[in-house]
Design a binder for this molecule. Structure first.
Ligand SMILES: [Zn+2]
Length: 208
C-alpha cells in the first residue's frame, strides 16, 4: 500500500465513524458527576435531571461561576430546556415536561423519571426518619445491599425502594450503558460516589 492509498483509506474510515456529540472541550470542563446526571437526559434514559451546582459553590466558591457558565453552554448546545434557582438547575429534554413540573402537575420524583415504587418508598421513608421511627431511606437501602450486592448499584441516580427493585436495576443498567459508551470518567465518578454511600452507611452508622 502506498501513501496515497493509505491516506484515502484513512479518509474513508474517518467518514464512516459516527459523530460523537460529546467531543467538545466544554463538556470535559463540567464536573463528572454533573456529566453523568446530564447524560442520562441527553441519551433519553430519563426525562429530567436536577443539577445541584450550589454544592460546588459551598465547597469551592471559585469553581462555581465557571461551572455555571460551562453548564449553560452545554445545555444550549444540546437544545435542552431548563430553569435555575439558587444554584439548582432543573433540566429536561422537552419544555412541556419542564412546564408540567413547574406548574406542579407532577412531583419532583416523577419529573426525574424515578420508578413509582421508589418515589412512594422514599417519601414514606423520609417521613418515618423525620419522626425518628426509622433510619433514612438511603441508610436503609445501602445496608440492604450488603446482602443483595449488585455491581449496577454503582450507576444509580436515585435511592431505590429495595435492593431487588427491578425498575431501578434496569435504569442503572441503562445509565451504565450510555456512560460506558460516551464518558468513562463520568461513570467512574458516579460509581465512586455510590461506593462512598455504601461505606458511609455500613461503617459510620452502627448497624441496628
Ligand atoms: Zn422501586
Amino acid at each position: 500500500m502506498d501513501d496515497t492509498e493509505r491516506v484515502s483509506l484513512l479518509i474513508e474510515v474517518g467518514e464512516d465513524m459516527p459523530v460523537d456529540k460529546y467531543e467538545f472541550l466544554e463538556w470535559y470542563k463540567l464536573n463528572p458527576l454533573v456529566r453523568a446526571d446530564l447524560m442520562s437526559v441527553t441519551e433519553g434514559v430519563r426525562p429530567g435531571a436536577k443539577l445541584e451546582l450550589w454544592r460546588f459553590q459551598e465547597n469551592h466558591p471559585l469553581y462555581y461561576l465557571p461551572q455555571q457558565q460551562v453548564l449553560e453552554n452545554c445545555l444550549k448546545r444540546f437544545v435542552l430546556s431548563w430553569v435555575e434557582h439558587e444554584g439548582v438547575f432543573y433540566v429536561s429534554s422537552t419544555r412541556a415536561h419542564l412546564d408540567h413540573f413547574l406548574h406542579k402537575e407532577c412531583t419532583e420524583g416523577e419529573f426525574l423519571g424515578y420508578p413509582a415504587c421508589c418515589i412512594t418508598a422514599f417519601e414514606e421513608g423520609c417521613e418515618k426518619s423525620l419522626a425518628k421511627l426509622d433510619v433514612g431511606p438511603a441508610v436503609k437501602f445501602w445496608r440492604k445491599t450488603k446482602q443483595h450486592h449488585n455491581l449496577l448499584f454503582g450507576c444509580l441516580l436515585h435511592i431505590p425502594c429495595d435492593a431487588c427493585c427491578e425498575p431501578s436495576i434496569a435504569m442503572a443498567q441503562a445509565v451504565k450503558d450510555v456512560l460506558e459508551k460516551y464518558d468513562v470518567g463520568a461513570l467512574l465518578a458516579l460509581s465512586e460516589l455510590n461506593q462512598g454511600a455504601f461505606y458511609e452507611f455500613h461503617f459510620r452508622y452502627p448497624e441496628k
